[in-house]
Design a protein around this ligand. Structure first.
Ligand code: FES
Length: 350
């Protein structure tokens, strides 16, 4: 029998990439911190497309970052007023586009001639939530944004990373890596696990609306992320919520309190992911303690990064390909996540 190990250093097939881009399109994706978008238009990338964000008329507007005229980058332009309404003006020849993407002005057009419909550009949907700008590339999003109850709860202290972090992996592998708990003793020994006790916990996994929910008990070293300082070990209840397909909220309850890790991933493309992290805790609340938590969380992320970036193929392979060898019951949560991705048409080919 041929060995199962295969190497996939190259890019996935065109079919797999196209499936990933099309499958991920009808969801809300975080593209930028809300506070970072000021009056100046800003370029962002989503699923291999260059987009421009512009804030005017009290809302965020999203267009392709390419002018209909000679394809200059609209994010190099500025917001102007045309016939009393704000519009995004191209820096090259001054064409301007309104909130709906309709071309509102072509300065070179002879007087009396109508602006051709072909000069219009598409306008995508945008919204703001949890301090982020979210974009959906299709007219209707498959799911609404998942809840994040601690975000507006003043009994929790929230810390968000000042800058998003990029990883050289796919968004789905990033979520899967955050959902995976059987790696704790191996990658995070002494912080989240113990190699003398690598047995997987008993997982309960179910679907709840747009979320995959995972619950299990674990015993981990006492410490910052497990209810506060201390020695020995502590019993925890984990409840992980995956907002399909790209957001995860890990809730850790211990006798000392609740610690929440929230991650929203932006698929820049099939091999690059931008990660927006927010952490919440209801113990050890002094603001001056934030740096200690932030540094430890960064340490844990840096332990994960080389592992997640090493995984090939870049995109999760479909189950039928038999590339992976998940082991039940330990890998049950990952199996259920991947199964749902396949049902959503996000994982289609190798
Ligand atoms: Fe935009 Fe000419 S390229 S106006």
């Amino acid at each position: 029998m041929a060995p199962r190990t295969q190497i996939f250093e190259d890019r996935p097939s065109d079919e797999a990439i196209a499936g990933f881009r099309a499958g991920m399109a009808p969801f809300w994706h975080p593209v930028m911190e809300s506070a970072a978008l000021t009056e100046a238009p800003s370029p962002v990338e989503l699923l291999g497309r260059r987009l421009v964000l512009a804030r005017f008329d009290g809302a965020v507007h999203v267009f392709p970052d390419t002018c209909a005229h000679f394809q200059a980058q609209l994010s190099l332009g500025k917001v102007v007023v045309v016939d009393g309404k704000p519009a995004l003006q191209c820096p090259y020849h001054g064409w301007a586009f309104g909130a709906d993407g309709r071309c509102a002005r072509i300065p070179q057009l002879p007087e009396g001639r109508a602006i051709p419909a072909a000069a219009d550009i598409p306008a995508f949907r945008a919204r703001e939530a949890y301090g982020l700008i979210w974009v959906c590339l299709e007219a209707e999003a498959t799911f609404d944004l998942p809840p994040f109850p601690e975000y507006d709860d003043d009994t929790f202290r929230k810390v968000r990373l000042a800058e998003p972090e990029d990883t050289a992996t796919s968004s789905t592998r990033m979520i899967m890596g955050t959902l995976d708990d059987t790696h704790f003793p191996w990658v995070h020994e002494g912080i989240l696990g113990d190699q003398d006790h690598p047995e997987p916990p008993d997982h309960e996994v179910w679907r709840e609306g747009s979320q995959l929910v995972l619950r299990y008990e674990a015993e981990q070293p006492a410490g910052l992320f497990n209810g506060g300082a201390g020695n020995g070990s502590v019993k925890l209840l984990y409840t992980d919520y995956v907002g399909m397909p790209n957001v995860i909220r890990l809730v850790k309850d211990s006798p000392g309190g609740r610690y929440v890790i929230w991650l929203a991933t932006c698929p820049l493309d099939w091999n690059r992911t931008r990660n927006f992290w927010i952490f919440a805790r209801n113990y050890d609340m002094a603001p001056e303690r934030d740096a200690t938590f932030t540094e430890m969380a960064a340490h844990v992320r840096m332990q994960d990064k080389p592992i997640i970036e090493s995984q090939r193929p870049w995109l999760l392979p479909p189950f039928w390909s038999k590339v992976e060898l998940p082991i039940r019951p330990g890998d049950l949560p990952l199996i259920q996540y991947q199964k749902w991705l396949e049902e959503l048409g996000i994982v289609t080919a190798i």
